[in-house]
Structures are given as C-alpha cells and as structure tokens.
Design a protein around this ligand. Structure first.
Ligand SMILES: Nc1nc2c(ncn2[C@@H]2O[C@H](COP(=O)(O)OP(=O)(O)OP(=O)(O)O)[C@@H](O)[C@H]2O)c(=O)[nH]1
Ligand SMILES: [Mg+2]
Ligand SMILES: [Zn+2]
Length: 334
C-alpha cells in the first residue's frame, strides 16, 4: 500500500490494529474498505481511492453479519466488487433485534463516539436517555448528549435535568436551524474518529449532519413532526466530515431494546448502586427490608422515585435478556 492510500484510509478510521488483522488474513488481491451504507443487497464500500457498490461474497451471504462502520477485505475489479471478510470490530453499538430469541443487532461498528440526540421539546425523556447511555457504556464508545432544536425552547431547564442522570457526560445544545452549537459538536470530531448519531425519529439528526457537512447531503423531514410513525432516514450511512472525522446517520430508534450487561447498568445508576452498598443486606431488593439505604434516600428526598422505577425496569429487562440467551444456548447444544 502506498503512503497516499494509507493516509486516505486513516482518514476513514484505519489504524495499526486493523492493518495487522488485515495482514493476518493472508489473502491475495484484496484491499481494505469501510462499509459506508447498507442498502440490503448492495453495500456502499469506501476504499482508499473509490467508493463502489459491493455485494457480499458467498462466505458472508448467509450470516450477513456486517454493519455500517465495519472494516472489510474487498475484492475490487472493474466488473464487480465483492466483500470477502469482515475485520474484528474494535467497538459496536448494539441492540436486541426484534423477535423472541435474542440476537444482537449492530447499529454501527467501530465507533469512538455516540451522539445521543434528544430535542428540547416534548420528545425529551430522561428515561430514554438513561437507556441509551446504558447501551453506549456497553459499547466501548464514549457518549455526548446533543440537545437539539434549542431555537424552540430555552435549553437551561433541559440541561439541568440532564445533570441529574448524566453527570460528567458532555452536553451540547444545538440548533440545526440557526446553527447554534454546531461548531461545538464539530469540536468533538477529529481525523479518523467515528461518531454515530442516535435518537428518536424527528429530533433533527440528519439536519445536524447536513450542517456539519456544509451541504444538504441527507434528506430530512420537510415539516416538523413529533416522531410518530414517520421515519425520514431509511438506512444507516457513514459520511466524511470536512475538517476531519466521520459521522454515521441512523434512522430514528423506536424503542431501544437493551443489549447490555449489568456493569453498564451500574455505570448509569452509580447513585443507586452506591446507596445499595450501604443497605444492611447485600441482596437487598430495596422494598421492605430493614435498614435499606435506597428506601431511606427515597424518603429523605435525595433519590427520585422515577429514577428507582427506571432502574428496576432496566434490571428486569436485563434479566429477561439473560433468560432468552440461556434458552438459545441450550437449543444450540441440544
Ligand atoms: N425548530 C427546529 N426544527 C428542526 C431543527 N432541526 C431539525 N428540525 C426539523 O425537525 C424535522 C426532523 O428533522 P430530521 O433532521 O429529518 O430528523 P431526524 O432525526 O433525522 O429524523 P429520522 O431520520 O426520521 O430519524 C424537520 O422538519 C426539520 O426541519 C432545529 O434545530 N430546530
Ligand atoms: Mg434522519
Ligand atoms: Zn436496599
């Protein structure tokens, strides 16, 4: 690989670890490329010097375990482009796929940063943000909360509320209409680093990305809508931001299913976990047990009931996922 190609790949997020994984494949006539868009049967692949539409090679066709952001080994000729292998992911944002059995669905691969977009209006929902934070902490990427549409309302009260659940997580207030805050979002990006935007439909993810790109690359909803039923962005797409960095646009998430372990939950609910350490019983369920520090905090007003409810709900969901996963493993073995 010449130095020009290497620099082009590095701009796309290529690094030493991907390079050695690629070399270890030991396959001839292949070049590295990054999956930039998934159109179902065709995939847009960004190579060092071009961006052809590719199909999956026979070895990958059955599993289809590729996601936008993946690094690939690609066979590229003027006649056809074929994906032959997927390099091991360095991080992934996943959620549980709809259906009865658990299977992780990868929303984006090899991501450094997750912008959790939430608008400063009726979409604003702390419980949803807690969920998304749990997913992010599990992924290996770092979260940034992007409070959108701040031209509609004063962002201060929203930011104060965010403080209560996400202390230490950067919050950027933006307006895709006035351009406020867009440069602050850009400051989180840098050469070769990948960010993904997640959040409900209609919060202004694509509008913000268009701002970052400096042109209308992505289709956005024409009129304001509150996010019921209508999704404007239909597929995930990786884009290069002028000035450095990459962003992945995603369709709005309806109800994000958790695909995260107990450790991630503990990170989002550090306050409750810390209180629980002071309960008399180590297996305290914080219900009717004596000397329960969680219940004491509730009664003393230092812990909000809604936060405990949310913690319990997520705990139950995690347990359900674990049970489903166990059933699946058993079926495989039997
Ligand atoms: N007032 C206001 N409206 C905005 C802003 N950003 C986006 N909108 C409007 O909100 C609507 C949805 O914007 P999109 O950018 O398409 O939202 P999205 O999050 O990409 O939605 P999906 O692709 O469906 O997930 C459009 O009508 C935008 O014009 C903003 O900063 N302020
Ligand atoms: Mg969109
Ligand atoms: Zn307790």
């Amino acid at each position: 690989m010449n130095s020009h190609d290497r620099a082009a790949l590095e701009e796309l997020g290529w690094n030493e670890r991907f390079a050695s994984a690629f070399d270890a494949l030991g396959l001839d006539d292949l070049q590295p490329g990054r999956l930039a868009a998934d159109y179902g049967t065709k995939f847009l692949v960004q190579l060092a010097g071009s961006a052809p539409l590719a199909r999956l090679g026979s070895a990958l066709r059955e599993t289809r375990l590729v996601a936008v952001g993946d690094w690939l080994a690609v066979h590229d000729t003027p006649e056809a482009t074929e994906v032959r292998a997927v390099l091991r992911r360095q991080s992934a944002i996943t959620r549980e796929a709809p259906g009865r059995e658990t299977a992780a669905q990868v929303i984006a691969a090899n991501v450094d940063l997750v912008f959790i977009a939430t608008s400063a209006d009726t979409d604003f929902n702390l419980r949803r943000i807690e969920r998304l934070l749990t997913v992010v902490y599990q992924s290996g990427a770092a979260p940034v909360i992007v409070l959108t549409k701040v031209d509609l309302n004063n962002p201060d009260p929203f930011e104060t509320e965010l403080e209560t659940i996400a202390a230490g997580v950067p919050v950027v207030a933006v307006s895709g209409w006035t351009g406020d805050g867009v440069e602050t979002v850009r400051m989180h990006l840098s050469r070769g680093k990948t960010a993904v935007l997640v959040g409900s439909s209609g919060v202004g993810k694509s509008t913000l990305i268009n701002r970052l790109l400096g042109e209308e690359v992505l289709r956005t909803a024409e009129v304001h809508h509150s996010g019921q039923g209508r999704h404007t962005t239909s597929h995930r797409q990786l884009l290069k931001v002028p000035g450095g960095g990459l962003v992945i646009d995603t369709p709005g998430l309806r109800e994000i299913q958790l695909w995260a372990g107990a450790e991630a939950l503990a990170e989002v609910f550090l306050d409750i976990e810390a209180l629980a350490l002071r309960c008399r019983f180590t297996d305290c369920r914080h219900e009717t047990e004596p000397d329960c520090a969680v219940v004491a905090a509730l009664e003393g007003g230092t812990l909000e009931a809604s936060r405990l409810t949310s913690y319990r709900k997520l705990q139950r969901e995690l347990r359900a996922i674990e049970v489903k996963a166990a059933v699946r493993v058993k079926r495989r073995l039997g």
